[in-house]
Design a protein around this ligand. Structure first.
Ligand code: OSB
Ligand code: MG
Length: 366
């Protein structure tokens, strides 16, 4: 397959509900959509970098720069027959996993379409439904938090993740746990604590949480290994795992018992599957994280989450939880059993709607 043209679309869309984490509050979600044109087909990939370097050091601007000046030139006009060809061409590039992932995933979509395979089948996944949960941001008051959780429970979500930060932790978790004693519950601190907070984090042990996600420094595994030994609740890493190597290092030193795999953070579907396989060999469960994606990124997440070791529900909620009107169709809708159905059409199985793309677009590299 010869890559004939690559387009970048910088879009920005209002979120259905503002999303607050320990690193900030988001009202709109800017992202870059990558379109790869080859042999009459178009493959799509979503770059999950945010506007600012808050979740990770990448931003929309760094990703645009690295895609335009270094990654696109590596594949433009080239014959690409498998995702491995793209990975090999990007090998010289250090860092910038979200930029790499966006282009690699667009090639996966194009290659899958060319072979008339769904992305799920091309990845080697199998399920026709994947279990999902919902990530609930920090709210202005506990009452508003309880209202949001109640809404999601009523929608049918059976697993809820609460964002926590100092001052919004034990009390918030207690309030939710008291009202829903049987709900599958977990928390995500996005690096808001230090080892000195171990006694406070230990208080969370009484709430029967599935996991505590990334409590310490975004680039740390050493302190996490120390903390893990002091908690009964399993530790899960998100921000600290940037590649299959980071996953291996973290598991080698028992820094976590569970890994959140995000396609963007680890540099693409190839790396994501490698981490899945490694964790599978080591008996470590994984789950698919989310970055408030549009249906383009969500479709890739759903396909990834069909791999067998994705045993915990993903942060892959229904489309309506994120946007009033998504940029691609069809929407993902929550099934009665707190799952999303896996598309079976060739490639990602979603179509970008041109009119919506141009309406949401701030910048275009054609
Ligand atoms: O840490 O998992 C995170 C959203 C943006 C940045 C970081 C995170 C999140 C989420 C949302 O928790 C997950 C989702 O897309 O539903
Ligand atoms: Mg997280």
């Amino acid at each position: 397959m010869k890559i004939e043209r690559v387009e970048l679309h910088h879009v920005d869309m209002p979120l259905a509900h503002p999303f607050e984490t320990s690193f900030g509050r988001e009202i709109t979600r800017p992202c870059i959509l990558v379109a790869v044109h080859a042999g009459g087909l178009t493959g799509w990939g979503e770059c999950t970098a945010h506007g600012g370097p808050w979740y990770s050091s990448e931003t929309i601007e760094t990703a645009w720069h690295v895609l335009r000046d270094f990654l696109i030139p590596q594949v433009l006009g080239q014959e690409v027959d498998s995702p491995a060809d793209v990975v090999a061409r990007f090998k010289r590039v250090r860092g910038h996993p979200m930029a790499r992932a966006a282009l690699e995933n667009a090639v996966w979509d194009a290659l899958a379409q060319a072979q008339s395979l769904s992305l799920t089948v091309m990845l080697g996944g199998g399920r026709d439904r994947v279990p999902v949960g919902v990530s609930v941001g920090i709210e202005p008051t506990l009452d508003e938090l309880l209202d949001r959780v109640a809404g999601h429970v009523a929608e049918g979500y059976r697993r809820v993740k609460l964002k926590i930060k100092p001052g919004w932790d034990v009390e918030a978790v207690r309030a939710v746990r008291e009202r829903w004693p049987d709900l599958q519950l977990q928390v995500d601190a996005n690096s808001a604590y230090t080892l000195d907070d171990a006694p406070l984090l230990r208080e969370l042990d009484e709430f029967d949480l599935t996991l505590i996600e990334q409590p310490l420094h975004y680039d740390d595994i050493v302190d996490h290994a120390q903390l893990a030994r002091q908690l009964r609740t399993p530790l899960c890493l998100d921000e600290s795992i940037h590649s299959p190597e980071h996953a291996r290092w973290a598991l080698d030193i028992d820094a976590c018992r569970i890994i959140n795999i995000k396609v963007g953070r680890v540099g693409g579907l190839t790396a994501a599957r490698q981490i899945h396989d490694l964790c599978s060999e080591r008996g470590v469960p994984v789950w698919c994280g989310g970055m408030l994606e549009t249906n383009v990124g969500r479709a890739a997440n759903v396909a990834l989450a069909t791999l067998p070791n994705f045993t915990l529900p993903g942060d892959i909620s229904a489309s309506a939880r994120y946007y009033r009107q998504d940029i691609a169709e069809p929407n993902f809708v929550l099934n009665d059993d707190s799952t999303l159905s896996v598309p079976t059409e060739p490639g990602l199985g979603v179509c970008v709607i041109p009119k919506r793309l141009t309406a949401a677009r701030l910048r275009h590299l054609a």
